[in-house]
Design a protein around this ligand. Structure first.
Ligand code: SAH
Ligand code: SF4
Length: 426
């Protein structure tokens, strides 16, 4: 989502005649886009700003901080880094052109920090780096209140984009030669078209998959509470919708899920997994896990390990709980020491690694269509993804000269490791 936010900002700047420079040193305007989901994100930004100022900064350079750290720290940024002139949260990118005008007129302190709900959002200018795969935002913000999470404070409440505007953008992308689309939102499942059409997420997904020229549609992220059977049915009915679902569970323990305010139980989560496992095309299922949430016990971690065994996820993102400003979990007692979080993280990683080794072995001997992303000079192999989001490294008789970027190539899988598959162009 942050990558796509940068694409939108760059698109707006280029529309206004700005040119992108290869290094920050050469630029007249230097913008830092920031994420504050975990760790000491604000500290990292200030260190970068300070180092840059000490090092190569030219006189007359204008500095800006964008994204979630901008939203979180607001005008305090001007005090800590007085050479910064522009502070803009991600909910204010629609106002970016107006804010730029103020900067161009020489104003020294310009902010865009409102979390305005009434603001209709759209992405009129976007500069995409990848010519084959594109992100398309369908919903901004989040109305959930997971007790560990900073997103509702930094990205504001949910706002869905109109279905017409989503479909228009996808059609324009298809006309430009894009064949793979990833629909984006903090919780795409709660998408609701604000126009009289009133499409829900499953309908939106299906219609995007029907746009001529689009061969693959992905989406991220889903929330188990709002994930419906209709989404699995849409994937079953529409071959362009990729058979991969990322459904963050966070923990396998009901006690921890309650503390996290996730609004579902382990059983309800498993019910959704049951829908996916019953789908006509085999589904890849991936998730996010947080270890070391305040008060988490050894028993809770055992529940999470048991869930991994039961679901047999294809991949997980495994995070150590990180204290975030303003969040309710901060005030909970019994914070877990970093060292113990590390041990739990390792335990989860090890268990999942074994699952992935077994899981990926099932792909050996079969042929899969791979959307090619790049050529790896070090290995002499092409690299791409199957519709199930498995990474495949493969050789081709013509090597790099085959020029396969952005193409769909059938690959026979010969070997499998825990994180990727290896094969030969069929
Ligand atoms: N809206 C999505 C993604 C949120 S951020 C969702 O609800 O799933 C992506 C992931 O970061 C989350 O799924 C969670 O696993 C992790 N995360 C969020 N806040 C965190 C925190 N304070 N500490 C550690 N991990 C966190
Ligand atoms: Fe954060 Fe929860 Fe919203 Fe995801 S659903 S962005 S974890 S508050």
């Amino acid at each position: 989502m942050n990558v796509h936010d940068s694409e939108k900002v760059i698109g707006t700047l280029r529309e206004r005649g700005y040119l992108q420079k290869a290094t920050a040193e050469e630029a007249g305007l230097v913008l830092y886009n920031t994420c504050s989901i975990r760790d000491k994100a604000e500290q990292k930004v200030f260190n970068k700003l300070q180092n840059f100022k000490k090092g190569a900064a030219k006189s007359g350079q204008v500095f800006g901080v964008l994204g979630c750290v901008a939203q979180q720290e607001g005008e305090k940024i001007f005090d800590r880094a007085p050479h910064v002139s522009l502070v803009v949260g991600s909910a204010s990118y629609t106002k970016f052109p107006e804010l730029l005008v103020q900067i161009e007129q020489g104003e020294r302190r310009v902010t865009g920090l409102s979390l305005d709900v009434d603001e209709a959002f759209d992405t009129p200018y976007t500069r995409r780096d990848n010519p084959y795969r594109a992100f398309v935002t369908i919903i901004e913000g989040c109305d959930k209140a997971c007790s560990y999470c900073v997103v509702p404070f930094t990205r504001g409440p949910e706002r869905s984009r109109t279905a017409d505007s989503v479909i228009d953008e996808v059609r324009r992308l298809a006309d430009l030669g894009y064949s793979e689309i990833t629909l984006l939102g903090q919780n795409v499942n709660s998408y609701r078209d604000p126009s009289p059409k009133g499409w829900d997420f499953a309908t939106c997904l299906e219609r995007v998959g029907q746009v001529k020229g689009i061969r693959r549609v992905r989406f991220t992220t889903s929330h188990p509470r709002d994930f419906t059977k209709a989404i699995v049915e849409a994937i079953d009915a529409t071959p362009t919708l990729c058979n991969h679902i990322h459904l963050p569970v966070q923990s396998g323990s009901d006690r921890v899920l309650t503390g996290m305010q996730r609004l579902y139980t382990r059983e309800q989560y498993l019910e959704r997994i049951g829908w996916m496992k019953a789908a006509k095309r085999p589904m890849t299922i991936t998730t996010d896990i947080i270890v070391g949430f305040p008060g988490e016990t050894d028993e809770d971690i055992d529940d999470t390990l048991g869930l991994l065994d039961e679901v047999q996820f294809d991949a997980i993102f495994n995070f150590k709980y990180s204290q975030r400003p303003n969040t309710p979990a901060l005030g909970m007692g019994d914070h877990i020491p970093e060292e113990e979080k590390g041990r739990r993280h390792m335990k989860v990683q090890e268990r999942q690694r074994m699952i992935q080794i077994q899981n990926n072995a099932n792909y050996v001997g079969d042929t899969y269509e791979v959307h090619v992303e790049f050529f790896n000079l070090a290995t002499g192999q092409w690299v791409g993804k199957t519709t199930q989001h498995k990474t495949v490294n493969f050789s081709h008789p013509s090597g790099q000269a085959a020029n396969l970027l952005g193409q769909y190539v059938d690959v026979l899988v010969m070997r499998a490791g825990p994180v990727s598959l290896v094969g030969e162009a069929a």
